[in-house]
Design a protein around this ligand. Sequence first.
Ligand code: FES
Length: 132
Amino acid sequence: MTYKHFFIKAPIVSLKGQPAILFDGKKETLLEALEHKKVKVFSECRNGFCGACKTQVISGEVTYIKEPLAELKANECLPCCCIPQTDLNLALSIDSVELAVRKKPIQKISTTQSTDTAALNFDIETATAPQS
Ligand code: FES
């Protein structure tokens, strides 16, 4: 028994070079994963017939769940009926995407900076000063 399949990295889907989706298989197709992240992709049949969802692939490979009937160029895919095979970079706009935003790290207060120290002392004094 091999454990190799447990350690396969989930493909990262980028939009114009900006990582946007970790395709972990929770969505059945690339289109569903893109829509879940609010990426605008026009679609109609959602079955690989019409070609409406045709998307340019900048880099990476996809696998088709079922063979599409729409004609495709070598650098295009149909997100409605494919999944990423490798990390994928698509020529789609990132404007409406919900990205995970890294929170700003906690700012360290330096005791050598007089203005910060004065402000910190002021806050501590007002918070703990006894009422008189
Ligand atoms: S929506 Fe028709 S081919 Fe994808």
